[in-house]
Design a protein around this ligand. Structure first.
Ligand SMILES: [Zn+2]
Ligand SMILES: [Zn+2]
Length: 288
């Protein structure tokens, strides 16, 4: 597990994430299910399903926050760079990329690794630094990040569905005494306010994660991180040759989500080690 990054913006975003999730769960349970679904079989059903999605969201988020995104070790690990200094030009399967030097880390870094200004380290296949997980999204935690997006989108959709069905098709209440009417009006006003806040929260987070999720999947199946997309666009503008991956889309997805069953893609479990997956070796070993 990597140490938590002390970035005030990142820590605030993580806190806001927990706060938003806790609030959504509170409104769903207290102001929707216990108020509008009381006595119905749908009350425990929705409570269990929604809390399962929330549990998965938090589990994936925790793994994304505390996992090492694939930081390139600092030079005190005593790696012998002599073969790189000798000038032998080795090329990997992407054709024209080679190990580079990071002046800030003062170390050699593998192809596709980039320096993060927030983490102050180079990260393998760095996608971007995400304040919502207070960590970089890189080769080794991208799976957890995408799962977090997926469950956030799913919980937003579920919350949206519950609020709208409660409003559009309210369940018939049992017998209500006249004396309770005033109390019920008061409660229904509070319920409406909470539901509106939840509705706004679900729409905002839902749209945001949908856009990021789409970008992540496109970046995987095109085998281009946002940094590489930018670099390749600049190369194209300068009429220079841009190398494109020849790997099939499923193979690229498996590199991120693991080679196990597709059902495992939905759980924040460790990717089983495989010979064809991402190479975690810190040595420049292109011949493998
Ligand atoms: Zn660096
Ligand atoms: Zn970072």
């Amino acid at each position: 597990m990597a140490a938590c990054i002390r970035d005030p913006c990142g820590l605030l975003c993580v806190f806001v994430t927990y706060l938003s999730v806790a609030y959504a769960d509170y409104v769903i349970l207290r102001h929707i299910l216990l108020l509008s679904y009381a006595g119905s079989v749908w009350c425990p059903f929705h409570a269990v399903v929604f809390n399962f999605i929330v549990f998965m969201l938090l589990a994936c988020h925790t793994r994304a926050v505390f996992s090492d995104p694939g930081m390139v070790p600092l030079p005190d690990t005593a790696i012998d760079f002599s073969d790189l200094r000798s000038g032998t030009q080795r090329k990997n399967d992407r054709g024209n990329e080679d190990w580079t030097v990071c002046n800030r880390c003062e170390t050699y870094r593998p192809p596709r690794a980039h320096h993060c200004r927030v983490c102050h380290r180079c990260v393998r296949r760095m996608d971007h630094h995400c304040p919502w997980i207070n960590n970089c999204v890189g080769e080794m935690n991208q799976k957890y990040f995408i799962q977090f997006l997926f469950y956030t989108g799913l919980s937003s959709l579920y919350a949206l569905g519950l609020v709208l069905t409660t409003w559009l098709w309210p369940l018939e209440k049992g017998t209500t005494a006249e004396a309770e009417d005033g109390d019920r009006v008061h409660h229904s006003h509070i319920q409406i306010i909470h539901c509106i806040i939840l509705l706004v929260e679900a729409i905002l987070f839902g749209l945001f994660v949908t856009v990021v999720f789409y970008d992540q999947i496109v970046s995987i199946i095109t085998d281009e991180t946002p940094i590489e997309q930018l670099r390749n666009r600049l190369l194209k503008e300068a009429h220079r040759e841009v190398s494109h991956t020849r790997k099939p889309k499923l193979a690229l997805l498996r590199e991120v989500f693991g080679r196990g069953y597709v059902i495992c893609w939905f759980f924040p479990c460790n990717t089983p080690p495989s010979s064809g997956g991402p190479a975690y070796s810190y040595l420049p070993n292109y011949d493998v």
